[in-house]
Ligand binder design. Structure first.
Ligand SMILES: [Zn+2]
Ligand SMILES: [Zn+2]
Length: 362
């Protein structure tokens, strides 16, 4: 029976350097619905930092392999999933059970039995991962070849692209809408590209001018650097631009992706009549808001956790069609540099989203 050596980087205690481990996985050890995915790449997310530095408790006990932004190839499968062997796939960051009341109601991203790789099951900072076959997003070989992208480029779709994609879908955004993205880094940058790809007039707000400049050639029509501006001044700048251009002054689709209290205040201050505010970023901090603005503007606010597997193909297509660019926003590194990379990300030394490629030491 065929067996595979699974090399991984394990978290043994919060903040301690990840430790390389190795064990073998045999074809026969896979359960009926499980598959073994050979990792092409795994993106590094701030959620991984939350687990690593002990601010967020993972779903299972240590030692644990982190990493939930995985692309790869199915190299072995349990009896029920044999048809997937050889397929290139993206592993969703949130894998719903598919059978509970929430899943049946179409709310699988909040399924209470969901699996989150790198928290509930061993994750993608490894040569291979064992995950359920259900929900995997297949990547068509011909479409990938035509896109000139590499499978490893697609890892960030698993969270950084799919999560804002679902938020954009749920906002009801249509072509011609005014969309404002607060927080133009990683997830926010992809949110801006997705909204632009769907035909919105996109405005990006960030404290960092360099991040805004990076988006200027990717569909964002106006940027506001909020470094020295209070939320009211940001609102004024955005409103004047919308008026000057004749864009839709109502029904704005606002996406808070910064995960900072100031960003949240700014996003809330941008509410207009009929606006939809999507809360995608996360912070433990509280903010002081006049919630009645939602009533006065007949506006809506909605949170977003992950992305349903059924929405992945739509997000993937935007990338394969070249409407959402990934490569200018990611930095690939050998997986053996994982400890330095976590540190660099934590210290704010990374301009792009790190993506780790398994190497000989992986
Ligand atoms: Zn993530
Ligand atoms: Zn479920």
């Amino acid at each position: 029976m065929e067996s595979f050596v699974l090399r991984s980087w394990q978290m043994t205690q919060p903040g301690a350097p990840l430790v390389r481990a190795e064990h073998s996985v045999s074809q026969g050890s896979l359960a009926d619905g499980e598959v073994l995915v050979k990792v092409a790449a795994c993106g590094v997310c701030h959620t991984d930092l939350g687990f690593y530095y002990g601010q967020v408790r993972p779903g299972r006990a240590l030692p644990l392999t982190l990493g939930h932004e995985i692309s790869g190839v199915v190299v072995a499968a349990g009896a029920a999933s044999q048809n997937m062997v050889g397929r290139k796939v993206i592993v969703p960051a949130v894998i719903p059970c598919g059978a509970c009341d929430l899943c049946w109601a179409g709310r699988g991203s909040i399924c209470r039995s969901q699996l989150f790789p790198g928290s509930d099951v061993q994750g993608g900072f490894a040569s291979h991962v064992v995950v359920p076959g259900r929900g995997l997003c297949p990547v068509d070989d011909r479409a990938l070849a035509h896109s000139k992208l590499d499978l490893s480029d697609l890892a960030v779709i698993a969270d950084a692209v799919s999560t804002p994609y679902q938020a954009v879908l749920r906002s009801g955004l249509i072509a011609g809408d005014t969309a404002v993205i607060v927080g133009a880094g990683g997830v926010g940058g992809f949110a801006a590209q997705i909204a632009a790809a769907l035909g919105a007039n996109v405005i990006a707000v960030d404290v960092d001018q360099a991040r805004l400049d990076a988006l200027a050639e990717h569909g964002v029509k106006f940027t506001v650097c909020s470094k020295d501006k209070d939320p009211g001044a940001v609102r004024k700048a955005v409103t004047e631009k919308v008026k000057g251009e004749g864009w839709n002054p109502y029904l704005w689709k606002i996406f808070e992706t910064s995960g900072h209290p100031r960003g949240q205040e700014t996003a809330f201050t941008l509410l207009t009549f009929g606006a939809h505010l999507s809360v995608v970023g996360y912070t433990l901090e509280k903010v002081n808001l006049r919630l009645s603005n939602l009533m006065a503007f007949d506006a809506a606010a909605q949170g977003n956790w992950g992305c349903l597997p059924s929405n992945y193909p739509g997000a993937l297509n935007l990338v394969l069609e070249g409407k959402v660019k990934l490569t200018p926003f990611i930095e690939k590194r050998p997986m053996s540099q994982i400890n330095e990379t976590l540190n660099d990300l934590h210290e704010g030394r990374m301009r792009r989203r790190p993506v780790l490629i398994p190497d000989d030491e992986a």
